[in-house]
Write a protein that binds this ligand. Sequence first.
Ligand SMILES: *Cc1c(COP(=O)(O)O)cnc(C)c1O
Length: 398
Amino acid sequence: MSVEISARLAAALAAAPADRIVYDLDGIEAQYDRLLAELPEVQVRFALKACPVDEVLRCLADRGAGFDAAGPAEIVQALRTGVPVDRIHYGNTVKSDTDIAEAHRLGVRTFATDSVQDVRAIAEHAPGARVFCRLATSGDGALWGLSRKFGCSAEDAVRVLTTARASGLVPAGLSVHVGSQQMTGEAWQQALDSIAEVLVTLEGVGIVPDHVNLGGGLPALGYLDRHGNPLDPPLDKIFTVIREGMERLSDLTAAPLGFVLEPGRHLVADHGAVRAHVYRLTGRAQPDGTHARWLYLSVGKFNGLYEMDELSYRLVFPGRAGEDDGEYVGAVVAGPTCDSDDAYGGGRHPVRVPGDLASGDPVWILSAGAYATSYTTQGFNGIRPLPCVCIGGPEGHH
Ligand SMILES: *Cc1c(COP(=O)(O)O)cnc(C)c1O
């Protein structure tokens, strides 16, 4: 399954006279509605870092989403949408004393944690707050596993939440993150199994959490892998595993259990696209003697496509005949900078492109809506972050 670009997004890209990233707010709203149709019981806390664009956040907040914020600056940005502060949690396990105090001053009362040291700091700087403990996952099956930096073992989780209770905090929940762009249902299955195990142990020490947070990791559908093949994640299976797991956990606990999700890329990736342009199509002998063509574009790893370490993106060459009719050639796609990491597929996997591309020709880069505006450098080789435009949404065109 891949995604088709919407007519409004195509029209906005076609009308763009210069490079930009365009977000389709109607598409993001529809994506949010589809997620809630699949998992009606969950509370969505959008992970801001996936798309810290005010219009996007406002449109999600208007639909009922809250926010997973990673620090005071993201909390302030989330509050700008007008969302009630109790729909914002501090989802980063890594925080300084001043970060905690500032979040508390801003009204945030729910904090992620994964260590006794962090719990003590929360107790001191946000007394009485609710905490949820993040369990480690393997990260297997994800394009970006998040395994070692975050989360604790089952035993440590019990110690962390017991310490929280003893420090006057509310031991409110358990969380996981199965890794970003998670491609398997099994990863959620394993995460749900370990949550179940910890819930049982916690009950034994008199701790009954009121919610489980299944984190982010839900995949986008429109990406290509490093070789240029569609990623095709089994989304229906993933939803089935999550639904069955939520039921199982609810049956397990005495008190009613709420469920939170922190999707990032799943809500925005396929509803944002970049209008870039061709720098040049070249051909040269490589050091190993083979001949290779390179297509250099105006947008690459350092101004919006950071995730090309694991992904390649579908390209559209507007106004060109399809690959079957025209004169297409194989070329490695790369960004404009003087950095050799700034290339699709490690610079080794050519894709089909029109053979007569000229400097200045427009190129559309699809499924680029997640992590593009946040993962962008400021002035690397003098390149500026892409201007950002939102179309559609509750207030019409911006
Ligand atoms: C980044 C992040 C997310 C979002 O991850 P996606 O893979 O984009 O869904 C969710 N929760 C936490 C704690 C995060 O750090």
